[in-house]
Write a protein that binds this ligand. Structure first.
Ligand code: PHE
Length: 346
């Protein structure tokens, strides 16, 4: 191909490029077009190879033409890219933001009311030196009943019906008292623990649920007396419910304590008004909060602790009941339904 023809073709490519560039609007498209012309296999490069066949004296002019076209293409690409940046900037500036709109707040969430009650109870007993112990929710018959004095045919079992599996050898624990047994079997006295956790019973009404939470207390040492039990529970009631509230004990039966009692505290809902109309204490001015008593020597013996040397007390309280009494919650189902209107109040 003669030199003039080559130069003519080169210039043709230059204007073809310029025309194609006009309609492009993305950097990627522009770079692609650039490669079609200037890339190794591009159209300009193909013509370059023709140059080698020319007589040496014409190569100078043709070489200059090449450089002109290449520079032209590179310059056009730069110009076009600058233009795109300016268009994008202008679009950004035109966008209006309403700074007066409320922001989107992400709510932080918080622990469930029952968890708060558990943590607070654990902290209050912690002040008195009680450590936290735990046990499984699936228990064996020995820990949940037998070792606690509920013989196989003991009528006290009737009040604590639950789910039994494996022919009754395993069950969903009906109270946190089996943690007493586990602790006494694995630790030497002095023992001073609280055991919070979920328990299960065949119970279902506005104040009872088939699954609920208890916190158990156990203290075993030399010379532990009933008055120690009273002091610990009174401290708890004053710290958790109110400084001016008293407690009382009513004789009651649990197979693993002797003497056994139910513990009441003064009703905090009816002190100011006519107590006969109080829905919480039903006019009695007292509300039940716990079962308690001195650990039966038989239980100590089951756990290989010498009852001649050691004595102790135990108590068990319902966490839902504590929350209901402190916050005036009337239906236990509120704790489990996950209704945010309820949960966010606490
Ligand atoms: N475990 C008993 C219950 O759930 C409560 C209790 C605990 C009573 C400790 C006495 C001592 O009813």
């Amino acid at each position: 191909m003669p030199a003039e023809e080559l130069i003519g073709k080169l210039d043709g490519l230059g204007s073809e490029f310029a025309q194609a560039l006009v309609s492009l609007s993305s950097e990627q498209d522009i770079r692609e077009l650039q490669a079609q012309f200037l890339g190794k296999k591009g159209r300009v490069s193909a013509l370059m190879r023709e140059m080698g066949k020319l007589p040496p004296d014409t190569r100078r002019v043709v070489g200059a033409a090449f450089n002109r076209v290449k520079d032209g293409i590179a310059g056009a690409v730069d110009g076009k890219l600058d233009e795109l940046v300016k268009v994008a900037e202008a679009a950004d500036l035109e966008r209006t933001i309403d700074v007066s709109l409320p922001g989107r707040v992400r709510s932080a969430g918080h622990v469930h009311l029952l968890t708060q009650v558990r943590n607070e109870a654990v902290a209050i007993f912690g002040e008195l030196g009680f450590e936290v112990a735990e046990g499984p929710q699936i228990e064996n018959d020995f820990n949940n009943f037998e070792a606690l004095g509920f013989a196989k045919d003991h009528p006290a079992r009737d009040e604590q019906d639950t789910f039994f599996v494996d022919d009754g050898k395993l069950l969903l624990r009906t109270h946190t008292s089996p943690v007493q047994i586990r602790t006494m079997l694995s630790q030497e006295p002095p023992i001073k623990i609280v055991a919070p956790g979920a328990v299960y019973r065949r119970d279902d009404d506005p104040t009872h649920s088939p699954m609920f939470w208890q916190i158990e207390g156990l203290l075993i040492d030399e010379q532990v007396r009933f008055s120690d039990l009273k002091g610990v529970l009174l401290h708890f009631v004053k710290r958790y419910f109110g400084e001016d509230l008293d407690i009382r004990f009513r004789p009651s039966f649990f197979p693993f304590v002797e003497p056994g009692a139910e513990v009441d505290m003064q009703c905090s809902f009816c002190t100011d008004s006519d107590s006969s109309k109080c829905r919480v204490c039903k006019g009695t001015t007292w509300v039940e909060i716990a079962g308690a008593g001195m650990v039966d020597p038989v239980v100590l013996t089951h756990c290989k602790i010498d009852p001649e040397r050691y004595t102790g007390f135990a108590f068990g309280m319902g966490l839902e009941r504590m929350a209901m009494l402190r916050y005036g919650v009337s239906d236990i189902k509120n704790f489990y339904e996950g209704d945010m209107r309820f949960l966010t109040q606490f």
